[in-house]
Design a protein around this ligand. Structure first.
Ligand SMILES: [Zn+2]
Length: 341
């Protein structure tokens, strides 16, 4: 099921309390989204599909128009996640690394809802959780922008669940910065931040030669304590730049307060190597005289081939994060909460 902002916040709290992390994948095609949901179903794990600017403007979704891209992601996820096959999988749609002049237009649409409809019916498509890329922003700009997002939600009478970030690459965010950023938002809009993304010694891309020797679980624990002090609540950590972080560190991180692990570079790499092998190994079948030509050149041929090796890798990573079996646990707790009102 595709989660609302309120349900997404409950899921993140569930992950914090049960000491696991949810895999957040920058799935960049319809086939990749299908594979991620299938992996989540097999692992009985919740999953986050997250989209950066390059994805929502990309060919398979927005074709240059980022708001159209968000709408297509949401429409696809709504249908897929609410289908019989995936109804028991909690699915979060998250806007990740939104930056540049279009930031407010995109996030306003994601928060207030993008009108969509069929025949006489109308509905609005909402993101589950949102974040923006603060890497080029001053602390003041970051705070102002996040406050504006809260105002937009308030003006539309809708809930919003936020991931707030500091610049994350190759640094450890100082405590004073965390206090200022989180404290400023929490003072005016308490309870809306459900994830904090500080620099914890990792970096985006294939940048680690040493498995990130600077990454320590102590940094995570210090952040959790600090967030408790600032907000009086449990807020989990979003880990950016997880590619190259050894499994034992990922496992330890998810047991001490990391609740969202972003995964992009390695995921793309797994898919591209599978595609490379498909085209290499099936070259003869791409000749139009070949009797298997049609089956080989249809999207289904390539996509099904990639899924064969990709889905088990996603399942494996969900296991590493301790998320297996947590989908049904969360759905049961959600049903209980709804029964109790
Ligand atoms: Zn990131």
């Amino acid at each position: 099921m595709l989660l609302s902002p309120t349900q997404a916040r409950q899921l993140l709290l569930h992950a914090f309390e049960q000491r696991y992390a949810i895999l957040a994948i920058n799935a960049d095609s319809h086939a990749a989204v299908t594979d991620c949901l299938e992996a989540a179903r097999q692992a009985d794990a919740p999953v986050i599909i997250e989209t950066s600017l390059w994805q929502i403007k990309g060919h398979s979704y927005g074709l240059g128009d980022p708001v159209l891209g968000v709408a297509r992601y949401l429409a696809d996820l709504m249908v897929l996640a609410n289908s019989e096959r995936y109804r028991q999988v909690p699915v979060v749609y998250h806007t990740d690394h939104i930056k540049g002049p279009e930031t407010m237009r995109i996030l306003q649409a994601a928060i207030q809802g993008i009108p969509a409809g069929l025949h006489e019916q109308s509905l609005k498509l909402f993101a589950s959780t949102v974040s923006l890329d603060a890497s080029d922003m001053s602390e003041e700009e970051n705070i102002d922008t996040v406050l504006k997002l809260c105002q937009l939600a308030e003006a539309a009478g809708v809930d919003v669940t936020l991931e707030m970030e500091s610049a994350v690459d190759d640094r450890i965010t100082p405590a004073e910065e965390t206090e200022k950023l989180i404290g400023s938002v929490e003072a005016l809009y308490p309870g809306k931040i459900a994830l904090w993304a500080p620099g914890v010694g990792t970096q985006h891309g294939f940048t680690s030669d040493d498995g990130y020797s600077g990454f320590q679980t102590k940094t995570i624990e210090d952040n959790i304590q600090l967030l408790q002090k600032i907000t009086g609540r449990n807020i989990g950590i979003a880990l950016h730049g997880s590619t190259g972080l050894p499994n034992e560190k990922l496992q330890a991180a998810s047991q001490c307060g990391v609740t969202k692990v972003n995964w992009s570079s390695e995921s793309l790499y797994l898919r591209n190597t599978a595609a490379q092998a498909y085209f290499r190994d099936n070259a003869a079948k791409f000749e139009r005289q070949h009797k298997e030509w049609k089956n080989s050149v249809m999207d289904n041929g390539l996509s099904a081939h990639i899924a064969q090796s990709y889905v088990p890798k996603v399942v494996e990573r969900m296991h590493t994060l301790g998320a297996e079996g947590q989908a049904s646990q969360f759905i049961a707790s959600l049903e209980l909460m709804e029964t109790l009102g």
